[in-house]
Design a protein around this ligand. Structure first.
Ligand code: P53
Length: 481
């Protein structure tokens, strides 16, 4: 009989959130205004969130209240402990530490808040995993400096990162620089340019060239932060973070295959730069062909090399499919010809459910970058219903998580992929990043709030809570029923 694949003993089971999606309290503790604070809620059918630079009185801003984690974290951590979480990923809101981003000195109230949060996590036996920039840079840096296309941001970010490492290195070993830095590859989307790089572009600007410039500056900043982390405490582990979305060819037609490969190159050059310290040749040639001039300082190459990430953090939710145009290949542009995958189901938000793609990508990343990996997001957004007796039945979420954890088990146990943990999104309901809705729920814990912030805010355990609790307790073996 073939032996069942297993997770290693020290495999880390956890859950993930981001500050602006849970904390609320957007004007407490000296916090400055972040881009997330200026994004009104959209919806499943009209998902575009925009930033106008001011609060529009007739719109809802769910990030302003989140799930009130800013105040309720001590009791929420108790629930996470009951769940058995071994790791908890959150982010530090940059605006709690540097409200405008360009101050000389950090805000002490912000430092005190995160010190208490991380201390309580540790006391509960939960390893904090902390993202420095998760879709929420200070709006001041967008308005006054033009976001990440300005090299001054390298200095501001590095200072912010150093303050965090110096203050929390005794509590936090695992760090992540920029959340899903590669989403901006979809540079046709104002939303992604803004979330990743604080870019608000005029119609006459070249969005693609600006995206490459902003991403370069971010990656240099991430490398500089990584170097600083190791100087402050050699035991710190700093990860790069990608949204891992496989892009398959629609058919075995050779042009479809080439098209899909180019889409993957476009999406994952951020991994090449951050993990190997080098830009791939195809991209340098592409810039030449397009007459793009990405400004780099003399020592950027050395910084990227010396500050290569220690590990790769990534999210995985869905896969995409592309095909070649009738008249030949696209330039490197993954978003031109995306088509439905006839073999997979979708969520209500149109996200294609593909657990096998996770195993494929784990192997692909292992073979390409040879670095330790941490899966820091994987989950199922759905409408949930709170029953009169306080229960929430979410069998579809359990199915989604089960199938993806089975794929991880096969990749780790059979294929020998170097993945050291699985952090699901999310232990608790939170505000959606793409649509700003509360109604798109991911949690194992239900939070009684709606899109307009109405409700008791009380927490209820969904069926998936007990299910994941057992997964953790059995180290991923008790999965198959
Ligand atoms: P929401 C796009 C594609 C895959 C993941 O997403 C993405 C995005 C951008 O929204 O975001 C990550 O809430 C992100 C989280 C986010 C989560 O996935 O849009 O890192 O902040 O909440 C789920 O359904």
């Amino acid at each position: 009989m073939t032996k069942q694949a297993a997770f290693p003993k020290e495999f880390m089971w956890g859950g993930a959130v981001a500050a602006h999606q849970v904390e609320g309290a957007w004007q407490e503790g000296g916090k400055g205004v972040s881009i997330a604070d200026l994004m009104p809620a959209a919806s499943r059918t009209a998902p575009a969130r925009t930033v106008t630079g001011h609060i529009e009185p007739d719109k809802d801003y769910p990030n302003h209240w989140g799930i009130d984690f800013y105040h309720q974290y001590p009791t929420d951590i108790k629930l996470f402990q009951k769940l058995g979480l071994q790791a908890f990923r959150t982010s530090i809101a940059w605006t709690r530490i540097f409200p405008n981003g360009d101050e000389a000195e950090p805000n002490q109230a912000g430092l005190a808040y995160y010190r208490d949060l991380f201390t309580r996590l540790r006391a509960a036996g939960i390893e904090p995993v902390v993202t420095l920039s998760h879709f929420e840079m200070p709006y001041h840096l967008v308005k006054e400096y033009g976001g990440w296309r300005n090299r001054k941001l390298i200095g501001f970010f590095t200072r912010f990162a150093e303050v965090c490492f110096a203050n929390f290195h005794d509590l936090v070993k695992y760090w992540i620089t920029f959340n899903e830095i590669n989403n901006q590859t979809d540079w046709h989307s104002d939303h992604h340019l803004l979330q990743d790089s604080g870019l608000v572009l005029r119609a006459d600007e070249n969005h693609e060239e600006d995206m490459f410039q902003a991403a370069h500056n971010e990656m240099v900043a991430g490398a500089a932060a990584t170097i600083a982390a190791h100087r402050i405490d050699a035991s710190l582990q700093v990860g790069a973070m990608l949204a891992m979305v496989p892009i398959y060819p629609l058919s075995a037609k050779p042009d479809d295959v080439l098209e899909a490969q180019r889409a993957m190159q476009t999406r994952y050059y951020y991994g090449d730069v951050q993990l190997t310290g080098k830009y791939p040749q195809w991209l340098l040639r592409y810039w030449q062909r397009k007459d793009y001039h990405i400004v780099m300082a003399d020592d950027d190459a050395a910084t990227l090399q010396a500050g290569a990430a220690d590990y790769l953090a990534f999210s995985y939710y869905f896969s995409l499919v592309t095909k070649a145009r009738a008249d030949g290949l696209h330039e490197y542009d993954e978003h031109n010809d995306l088509v439905d995958n006839p073999y997979v189901e979708k969520t209500r938000w149109g996200w294609q459910i593909d657990p096998a793609g996770l195993r494929t990508m784990l192997n692909w990343m292992q073979d390409r970058w040879h670095k330790p990996m941490l899966l820091v997001e994987n989950g199922f957004g759905a409408y949930d219903k709170l029953e009169a007796d306080g229960s929430v039945h979410d069998p579809d979420r359990i199915d989604y998580l089960r199938q993806h954890i089975q794929a991880v088990r096969a990749a780790v146990g059979e294929d020998g992929v170097d993945l050291f943990g699985y952090l699901m999104w999310s232990p608790i309901d939170l505000i959606s990043a793409s649509t700003g809705e509360m109604a798109k729920r991911y949690g194992l814990i239900y939070v009684d709030l709606d899109d307009a912030g109405h409700g008791s805010g009380k927490r209820y355990l969904k069926d998936s809570f007990a299910w994941y609790q057992r997964v953790i307790r059995t180290n991923g073996q008790d999965l198959d029923d």
